[in-house]
Ligand binder design. Sequence first.
Ligand SMILES: [Zn+2]
Length: 270
Amino acid sequence: MSYWVIVFGPEYEKHVFGSGRKKLCIVTCLHGDEKEGLTALKILERLEGIDGKVKVIVANLLAVKHDKRFLESDLNRVFPGSRFGNYEERLAREIVREVRRCPLVVDLHSTSTFSPPFAISTKEGQKHLELASLTGVKRLVLMGDEIAKGKALIDHCRTGISIELGKKGSYAARENCRKIISNLLVNLGMIEGEGKASDPRIYRTMFFLRAPEGGFECSLHNFSYVKKGQIIGKGKGTLLKAREPFYSILVGEEHSDLLLIGVKEVGKDA
Ligand SMILES: [Zn+2]
């Protein structure tokens, strides 16, 4: 007796706009519940005569449909993926093939709480700084591999940065996306217009603060400057104070057990 096993490939969308020598890849929805990056697709659909090739990947399509961050594993923690792995591991393998040869990759995300837009790079160097600057964002966080352990998408790109656009579901985040993509296309000479490149402030991660047990109320916001001795928040019988000055980022991310990440500002040639 013989039988067929039909294996459906993991679902993602690829859209290609324009033609020419210049190349850019925009990745959105690595997390299915962060849909603000889809604004990039809307912008590109309306443009004509793009000088260069722009590939947009809508990564975790099934998670988007279910409005979930992921189905089996956080996709942005399993790159470069595996052929026989779970759903996201197989998907990661497909996505990495799409982006690997692209010289510039911008990966779009959004946060659980209000935040100004900022870029994240897990690698240091002029190319990553330049790419962040072309998007016009005013902040770049150098994150190393403390969170994704070398398994984020941008760890597997030639030059790739992630951008946190702002709060999930907010008008501000969609508007930030529109500005960032338009800056990027203008600054790369792919479309005509006025693009504002920036000279981003550079931050580096200092520590990762886990939420104490039994509920905790954090009094900080994203990019709050916290002085030494300042109260970070209150929990059951605990009052947490800053041991040294820092800026707080990714405060109260719903999917994470981290309360916040502490970063410090560093020099331009960091
Ligand atoms: Zn995300």
